[in-house]
Design a protein around this ligand. Structure first.
Ligand code: AMP
Length: 426
């Protein structure tokens, strides 16, 4: 079995890894760490929960430690871009743990927080900057930071960044970076646009893949419950009551729906909190803190939260509403069974969600075992903007890629292209 000591990392880092409680490297770490240490560009196809932050973070820190010399004011050596504030904070929290006993400095910049504080943090220069693209451009425009000394670039959750319309921001940022540089691209899926992105920014990249995109971690037990939309809340309560000690993440389609559900659960005596695009940064941080600490045992979320949060003890993921984008199902259920733990993913499917279910099962290449209810006759999903469905209300924080088209909509006159880009998080 490969051990961390076999990977060529510096002793200081090995002790940080031990302190973090890691025993053996995960498959993506075994494959990626030696390549990054060699200086190779890399495309990592890995889903959440595989340990990919350490897969790029550890060798990056190792290389920065080897380079010596303090960063000059307003300069950056390694830039890590991620789509959401939560993911930025998560990455930075991991890197801060790994760098605790080293001189390596980690700074974050994200939207929704004081610009002045971030300007101050950048003044002294940093080894590693973890950022959302929008806020970083803002800070570059204000000349609070200069990126011409960036020799390491990491694009994390690159597919989601493209999805959220960050492509122009990425181009703008890439043009400011040093050349040559080492670039690492991590993504759960590899849409065609990603191939373009990798051709533009990576040189002769090595590819590592730990499980085919779309395949959920093996430790997740999946189950499907057919249920009319109006009965979902009661069904959820039944499930939650069966497992009072569990830590449950519940996904709703819209911001409005997530909030309504959270309030309903609270009114029934459940300790619930919520995270979605209508919450301020402070509220989002508090919700995650409460959930992590077990003070709230239920977190109701939209997809905005799906990728960034890493909570080790999540025992159950409920797809209260099925996602319209099949890949988001993979990301959602990847919130449980992280790093070797076991978890359950339970999906609720109403008559209007059969089309989404079909897409999910196609992407996952499996049939989710049915544990309750009867398969209803398929109905067309309600038009967006209506108040129907468990989510109800306005378009929420769910990222949309392509809208899976239920079979019964496949004929008839062409529809207006209703793809809209979600406003970037930063
Ligand atoms: P990530 O996929 O980077 O979000 O990591 C998922 C979780 O696994 C995080 O809580 C990490 O701290 C944890 N983790 C990463 N690498 C290891 C490892 N080698 N052993 C145990 N846990 C790990």
């Amino acid at each position: 079995m490969t051990k961390f000591t076999d990977l060529g990392l510096k002793p200081d880092l090995l002790s940080a890894i031990t302190k973090a409680g890691y025993d053996t490297p995960t498959p993506i770490q075994q494959k990626a760490i030696p390549l990054v240490l060699e200086g190779r560009d890399l495309i990592g196809l890995a889903q959440t929960g595989t340990g990919k932050t350490a897969a790029f973070g550890l060798p990056l820190i190792d290389r920065l430690m080897g380079a010596g010399a303090k960063p000059t004011p307003k300069s950056v050596r390694a830039l890590i871009l991620a789509p959401t504030r939560e993911l930025v904070n998560q990455i930075a929290a991991n890197l801060t743990a790994y760098t605790k006993d080293t001189p390596i400095r980690v700074v974050t910049v994200v939207g929704g927080q004081s610009l002045n504080n971030q300007v101050k943090k950048l003044e002294r220069g940093t080894h590693i900057l973890v950022a959302t693209p929008g806020r970083l451009i803002d800070l570059c425009d204000r000349r609070a930071v200069f990126l011409d000394t960036v020799t390491y670039l990491v694009l994390d959750e690159a597919d989601q960044m493209l999805d959220m319309g960050f492509i122009h921001a990425l181009r703008k940022i890439a043009a400011k970076l040093a050349k040559p540089r080492q670039t690492l691209l991590f993504s759960a899926t590899m849409p065609a646009q990603m191939e373009e992105l990798s051709r533009a920014y990576l040189t002769d990249p090595a590819r590592v893949q730990v499980s085919p995109p779309g395949k959920a971690a093996d430790k997740i037990t999946q189950a499907l419950h057919y249920v009319p939309q109006g009965d979902k809340t009661e069904l959820l309560k039944d499930y939650l009551n069966k497992d009072p000690d569990g830590l449950s993440l519940v996904f709703a389609r819209t911001k409005h729906g997530a909030e309504k559900l959270k309030k309903n659960l609270e009114a029934s005596g459940f300790k619930a909190t919520s995270i979605h695009g209508n919450k301020s940064q402070n509220q989002r941080d508090r919700a995650i803190r409460d959930f992590k600490a077990g003070e709230a045992r239920i977190l109701v979320a939209t997809d905005v939260a799906a990728r960034g949060i890493d909570i080790p003890g999540v025992s159950h993921v409920y797809n209260y509403d099925l996602p319209e984008v099949a890949e988001n199902y993979v990301h959602r259920i990847g919130r449980t069974a992280r790093a070797g733990a076991e978890g359950e993913a339970i999906a609720f499917c109403s008559a209007t969600e059969i089309g989404y279910l079909r897409q999910i099962e196609k992407v996952m290449k499996l049939t989710i075992p049915v544990v309750g209810g009867e398969r209803p006759i398929e109905q067309k999903p309600e038009k967006r903007g209506g108040r129907g469905g468990g989510g109800g209300g306005n378009r929420g924080g769910g990222q949309r890629r392509s809208q899976p088209k239920p079979a019964n909509q496949s004929h008839g006159k062409p529809k207006r292209n209703n793809r809209r880009r979600r406003k970037p998080a930063a």
